[in-house]
Design a protein around this ligand. Structure first.
Ligand SMILES: Nc1ccn([C@@H]2O[C@H](COP(=O)(O)OP(=O)(O)O)[C@@H](O)[C@H]2O)c(=O)n1
Ligand SMILES: [Ca+2]
Length: 461
């Protein structure tokens, strides 16, 4: 792969504003009094307080109303994440206060819909309609005067490419859906760059998510940078990315797992890899043996990771699967682990140094940890790898108590345990920081991709 362009995000600094909610008076004051108060407060805000501190009334004033801010330049970027399980829009606002200073990331508007575009293989227009509806949100978020210079891009993740290999989806995903989505973009008032709709290379997914997390946690600028590694677990693929600290890691790593780029006057040589087919949902299919069978229709796929009496159907990527529990045989953590471990054992590269590092983990790592109350759904939390194993045992050995919400809970937790331990080779006590948002911004590759986009279009200064 080609490295990111030099200084891809170098022009961007960060300050996230979280203005306090203004309190409104209970009784309406006379109109002249309101006018006077607004003038007085705005004058205090603009001249004295604005550069120094945030006040409850700050949210009342648009950021460009102060004369000192008259030259402030606001710009936007719209990034669609077309994942295998859902489509998401990220609308970012950046503000450049003056030409000498770095622009700041002011905030993000985020929305998502399910299912993802791959579910619309036979109705591509309906799929594109989900994109159009999300794009309507951007018209609300971005002022009309900025529409023409705000780029919009959609990147499908490698997950969709895996699914597209099945049946007629290849034709639809490589042809129809991108074409119709592009038409939706062309009809919108936004800037549509070349290649605005496409499939993202898996290794960019890891690098861009790493950039997002390390940017949001302030590790890419200033002194004492201590970058953090990232783990993303999607529906169809999974990524691991970190900055190796030891020379021997670089020596022992295959070259296609290493990628260099420059940022904030530093060069980063990252370890990154995207494993296609190792996402949570792809792993379910692999565990059930569905990937080896050509015609899955009508076949009952059984597993000891599922409730004994269960028999059900699952639609994924436009294919119908019938699955069920081991009616005759064993059920529970041990037989389940033995089944699941076959999916990962010996198939992933194991860099030694990760046993001694801590990682940020998101996507399905986060969702399954939150589903089983290991972390708070809003705040996230810190877990050890062994916590996933403990919870997997608890759920799999008491399947009737736990699996009413999702019959796959035991299989999913067992897969996460096996992926972390047998796949990547993490230690039992490796720390995982489960995070969905940092400073109210999604920990997604989408922000890193937007930096890249804005820089390549010359929209940052
Ligand atoms: N902005 C996002 C995007 C995905 N996700 C999670 O990512 C998982 C699904 O991944 P995905 O649909 O992007 O699948 P891939 O195409 O990446 O394989 C789910 O757990 C989503 O909730 C998220 O938490 N936040
Ligand atoms: Ca994803």
């Amino acid at each position: 792969m080609t490295p990111l362009p030099s200084g891809a995000t170098a022009a961007l600094g960060m300050l996230i504003h979280t203005p306090a909610v203004p309190r409104f008076p209970c009784r309406m004051a006379p109109i002249w009094l309101i006018g006077f108060l607004v003038l007085a407060l705005s004058s205090i805000y603009c001249t004295v307080l604005h550069p120094k501190q945030e006040m409850w009334f700050q949210g009342l004033f648009p950021s460009n109303m102060c004369p000192a801010n008259a030259s402030a330049y606001t710009f936007y970027g719209i990034m669609f994440d077309a994942g295998s399980t859902g489509t998401r829009i990220h609308i970012y606002t950046f503000v450049q206060k003056n030409p000498e200073q770095l622009p700041e990331l002011e905030g993000e508007i985020f929305e998502s819909v399910k299912p993802g575009l791959s579910a619309y293989a036979s109705e591509p227009k309906k799929g594109a309609e989900t994109v159009r509806i999300l794009l309507e949100m951007a018209k609300e978020a971005v002022p009309p005067s900025h529409w023409k210079k705000t780029p919009v891009v959609l990147k499908a993740t490698a997950g969709l490419r895996l699914l597209s290999e099945q049946k007629a989806q290849a034709l639809l995903l490589q042809g129809m859906i991108p074409r119709i989505v592009r038409e939706v973009f062309e009809k919108s008032p936004f800037l549509v760059p070349d290649n605005s709709v496409g499939i993202m290379d898996g290794c960019y997914e890891g690098i861009l998510a790493w950039i997002t997390v390390n940017f949001l946690t302030g590790q890419l600028y200033g002194q004492n940078q201590q970058t953090v590694g990232t783990l993303d677990l999607g529906g169809a693929s999974t990524q691991i990315t970190f900055l190796p600290r030891f020379e021997e890691t670089l020596e022992q790593t295959p070259v296609d797992f290493l990628s260099s780029f420059e940022m904030f006057n530093s060069t980063y040589k990252l370890y990154t890899h995207s494993y296609l087919g190792f996402g949570l949902k792809a792993a379910r299919l692999a565990t059930l043996g569905a990937l080896e069978i050509k015609a899955v229709d009508g076949q009952m796929l059984r597993s000891s990771c599922l409730p004994k009496q269960l028999e059900a159907e699952w639609h994924f990527g436009g294919v119908k699967y019938q699955y069920g529990g081991n009616r005759e045989g064993e059920t529970g953590f041990e037989p389940c682990y033995a089944e699941v471990v076959k999916v990962v054992q010996g198939k992933l590269h194991q860099p030694d140094e990760i046993r001694r590092s801590s990682f940020y983990a998101f996507s399905y790592y986060y969702d399954r940890a939150a589903d089983t109350n290991m972390i708070d759904y809003e705040k996230g939390g810190v877990l050890e790898v062994r916590d996933f194993e403990r919870k997997a045992k608890e759920v799999c050995d008491n399947m009737d108590m736990y699996t009413s919400a999702s019959p796959f809970l035991c299989m999913d937790l067992t897969y996460i345990t096996a992926l972390l331990k047998e796949g990547f080779g993490f230690g039992d006590n490796t720390l995982l920081q489960l995070t969905k948002k940092v400073n109210n911004i999604e920990t997604s590759w989408a922000l890193g991709a937007t930096f890249h986009l804005l820089q390549s279009l010359g929209l940052t200064h």
